[in-house]
Design a protein around this ligand. Structure first.
Ligand code: URA
Length: 437
């Protein structure tokens, strides 16, 4: 088979056969297909779409392109469950939800992705913890999940390797925002992780890949149905991504905020709502709780008691990180050379959140091309939420940059992304909808 024929077929709006999809996945996994051909195919899919069956085949082929984990022999005394987000800016939920769920009796083998387009990646963020092995061997991964209850790692070369390569190419070719490609990318990793249940965080808004509620619901339904066909029970929450989630965006800055959250020192209200709702849904989806309110209370107690922080600390230490990261994050996390406050006046009315993500890429905190090394210290902290009245005492944000010049450019980018008014905007809900299939 010639891959140019596969590209031409999709370019002309045809349905790809199972053999053609298998040829694509094999060529991704063994890297025999060159990036330019994969990019052309990705763009053809982006423009012409894929049927439900094509997306289902792509999902299963990518899931089976490497090792598929089986937890049934591990003798675990709780359900194996995970959450995945479609990607946002300042989305640090994984570092909170995984230890909270573990403290509530779940086992969370979380295989995360790197930054994609304007969104930050959990794998990049976790690598700002010195020594943390983000791609451990399977025995280590299994051991940590079993002993701690959670392990947040990146995609190893063995797990869904076809998606790993496809993801890296889509990241830099403007081909992310495709319902079938996102469905297959997310579910291939989750099926390969051997989960019993999955909770999806489908983001909607200016910082999400799905800008409208209709597109977000389309993606959620595509994921739920494709997962069901593959035997994976999935619930989805549609959550707001019209502003940075929490108070920071940038790799190490988000780990620092996560630790403050787990220490119960600072739980920004929108972030808290998303974390609690998603983690509670994991307890409901797995049958550990049948009532959402009770599940929420149980998750909250895991934070206030310090048990979730303890799980996070143990996970870091067992994966090679420091054994006192929760007690002394500042000692370990990289800090930027320049810290600059961005002042503004008026009520913060709206934020083009994608532009904030792009500003972080310009600071060096995200990739412009495949394989680029990141500056994990840069980004924004103390980001004001929409509706905040800004003045000298309440700035818009603080920029963390490698140089004064970078800081100035980031300040301009951030200010250009925001609108200000005299009156508070209408409040938006953070959780828009819960879909259970
Ligand atoms: N997350 C993924 O893992 N893949 C996508 O394509 C988008 C978000």
């Amino acid at each position: 088979m010639l891959f140019t024929d596969v590209i031409r077929a999709k370019r002309d709006g045809e349905t790809l056969s199972d053999e053609q999809i298998r040829f694509l996945v094999d060529g991704l996994a063994d890297e025999s297909l060159p990036a330019e051909q994969v990019s052309a195919l990705a763009m053809a899919v982006f423009l012409n779409g894929m049927s439900f069956d094509e997306a289902g085949t792509l999902t299963l082929e990518m899931a089976n392109s490497g090792t598929v984990l089986d937890w049934s022999k591990e003798g675990l005394d709780g359900p194996v469950v995970d959450k995945h987000s479609t990607g946002g800016v300042g989305d640090k939920v994984s570092f909170l939800l995984a230890p909270i769920a573990a403290a509530c009796g779940c086992y969370v083998p979380m295989i995360s992705g790197r930054g994609l387009g304007h969104t930050g990646g959990t794998t990049d963020k976790v690598e700002s913890i010195p020594g943390y092995q983000s791609t451990p061997d399977f025995d280590t991964f299994r051991r940590v999940v079993k002993s701690v209850g959670c392990a947040v790692i990146g995609q190893t070369s063995d797990l869904a390797p076809a998606d790993r390569r496809f993801y890296a190419i889509r990241d830099v070719t403007g081909t992310v925002e495709s319902v079938p490609l996102i469905t297959a990318s997310i579910l291939s990793k989750k099926i390969a992780a051997g989960l019993e249940a999955l909770v999806m965080d489908v983001k909607v808004g200016s910082g999400a890949f799905m800008p409208t509620p209709e597109k977000a619901v389309e993606l959620a339904e595509s994921i739920i149905l494709t997962a069901r066909n593959a035997g994976l029970k999935t619930h989805a929450l549609i959550t707001d991504m019209n502003e940075v989630l929490g108070r920071s965006a940038g790799n190490a800055l988000e780990i620092a905020e996560s630790i403050r959250y787990l220490r119960n020192e600072e739980r920004e209200s929108r972030l808290d709502e998303v974390v609690m709702a998603l983690t509670a849904e994991m307890l409901v989806a797995t049958g550990l709780e049948d009532d959402r309110e009770k599940a929420w209370e149980r998750c909250d107690e895991a934070v206030t008691s310090g048990r979730a922080a303890d799980h996070f600390q143990r996970m870091c230490a067992e994966l090679g990180g420091p054994d006192d990261i929760v007690d002394d994050a500042a000692k370990h996390l990289p800090a930027a050379a320049v810290v600059h406050t961005v002042a503004a006046r008026g009520v913060l009315e709206s934020i083009d959140t994608r532009a904030v993500g792009n500003a972080i890429i310009e600071l060096g905190g995200g990739r412009r091309k495949v394989g680029e090394t990141l500056d994990l210290s840069v980004g924004f902290s103390d980001v004001a939420s929409i509706g905040t009245s800004l003045d000298d005492a309440t700035p818009l944000a603080v920029v963390h940059a490698a140089s004064d010049e970078d800081a100035k450019r980031a300040e301009q980018n951030l200010l250009a992304a925001c609108t200000f008014s005299d009156t508070p905007p209408v409040e938006r809900s953070v959780i828009n909808e819960i879909l259970t299939g």
